[in-house]
Design a protein around this ligand. Sequence first.
Ligand code: FEO
Ligand code: CA
Ligand code: CA
Length: 684
Amino acid sequence: MNSERPMLPMAGITHANRSAVTCHLRCGDACSQTIPNTSDNETFASIATAALSRRSVLGAAGALALAFGATTAGADDAAALDAQRGDGKGSGKKRPGRVSGLDFMGIAPVAATVDRLTVPGGFEYHPIIRWGDPILKGAPVFDPEHQTPAAQAMQFGYNNDYTDIIVTDKKGTQALLVCNHEYTNENIMFPPTMDKAEAIKVAWAAHGLSIVELTRPRAGERWSYRRAGRLNRRITLDTPFVVDGPAAGSTLLCTKEDPTGRLVRGTMNNCSGGTTPWGTVVSGEENFNQYFKAEGTSKEEKRYGLAPTQDTRGWAEVDPRWDARTAEFKNEPNRFGWIVEVDPMDPRSTPVKHTAMGRFKHEGANIVIADDGHAVAYMGDDEKFDYVYKFVSKRRYDSRPGEAARKRNLHLLSEGDLYVAQFTGDGLEDGVSDGSGEWIPLTKDGRSMVKGFTLEQVLVYTRLAADAAVGSNGKGPTKMDRPEDVQPNTITGRIYVVCTNNSDRGKEGKAGPDEANPRALNKDGHVVEITEVGGHHTGTKFSWNLVLVCGDPKTAGTYFGGYQGPVAPISCPDNVAFDSRGDMWLATDGMPSSLKYDDGLFHVELSGPDRGRVTQFLAVPTEAETCGPVVHDRDGSVFVAVQHPGEDGTWADQHSHFPDYVKQSMGGRFAGPRPTIVQVRRIG
Ligand code: FEO
Ligand code: CA
Ligand code: CA
């Protein structure tokens, strides 16, 4: 294929919260496609949620309205900024009584057109590693005008998403950076004259994960990456993965290329993830459907969004495995949509796809060890009206030191029970959105728990199995507003379900509001707090409440955990982290559209009288999303993955120049944006 590369076609449709480019490239325009979940699972529609407002839900004094300006902090915003960032009384003081190394004065919201990374006073930021930086031995210097698949496979990938910084020595001077590369945007990555097939192959190499050694002279200082470090690794769409768990070897996973159903080439659309207690990293394969040509006629294809309108990237023209219309590769889509596990300590290890954890549009997985020793993974299926899941390992975690125990733990995710969540509200008469919940089993002790589904059908077509599952009250699982990160707070044991938004909630023919998803046309998202009964992560009953209903605090329907003082505007929460005090840090994805501000990272108090107070820590450059995040508060550092800066630009009209701010491409210098991992560090 020697044709000149055309611009990727855009659907020309964008929903309320995203740019058309991001909708198209990352999610395959999921919001403008048919909603895949057409099951009739009940959702308690038309509970008196129309009455929800910050004032009415709280049953107490309403919010203090803030009047943030649409620019960065300046004289006009000073009063409002003082009010937000201070102690809740408008004093502008740092939060009192903190031991965290991250005591900070909140920033004001930043206008969506601002192309810079804004951090609080007393902090600096610096890029650790950018798309295209060479990481493997022999990797060439980044040259986007002459990029090749071989070069990209040795360089840091595109659109960094989930990130962790795993410190590996006691002095705090050595670490491993592990990062997902979710998707590519060839419109701004390469000149339009680049050969189309070559650009596609570069894209394959820019997907996947990177593992990179970091070093610094002493704790508290800047991290920098080690080029050609011994543990450095790229995982791409050509890296072999072994399939394990009950569906390994299933005919549903066999293709012409792999008649065993046990060996998959590559991983893609890796979104969020987590570091396991045994030191590996799990990563979610999310919007895999958009890469395939498919008929889209079977119920299985429809439920996973496989459709003729997908595959605008043209990958099937370069490799037939992306053409699911053929008998040879009709099962290729079934080989994506899994949780994958990578051992960053062993660059020669073969990464694994875990079928026991089910197949859907996995945002990520976050794992805790339950009090009885089982590993429990919490997971979200990021689609409008889809579900929250958890997995409980069959075997127990081996906490003994040493390599033998570590090797045993590498198989913890291979066998276990899979559940889907049902949230039941107790009514709004008590003034809050809360209630009880049940984990409905889909698999148990190696058997299917869903009538009409074999075990491997439950695992390969998990969405359909969940649709058919029935809880003890005779009802099915709860359709959520795009559950992204579902993450346990390691300090309190509570689990936080981050629902980013759902602009279709309550539309004609769609599920209406319920107590756990309380707003129609939910453009700003919310966060559900789950408490497992007795604190037992392996149990099947929980209680829940809403801790945040996001948005501009001036607007009705927002809720900030009961906190009555000033809070920062926040919308479209996506990724979450917790600090050593158990406070929550929320990264957003969609504020430019919903509130006309750059996306950001926000601190949220979860305990004490200030529970629900939201303070903005940073803002990312224009058209970027905040990913990661990683919070090392005792070290005075926060790390974010700046994803898709300047996503709406073109090669000739770049919208962002972050992080290097070069204004013209020439001689290997690149004027466009480079997705980047950033360390924000206390200096004052
Ligand atoms: Fe890739 Fe659900 O965000
Ligand atoms: Ca209630
Ligand atoms: Ca995400």
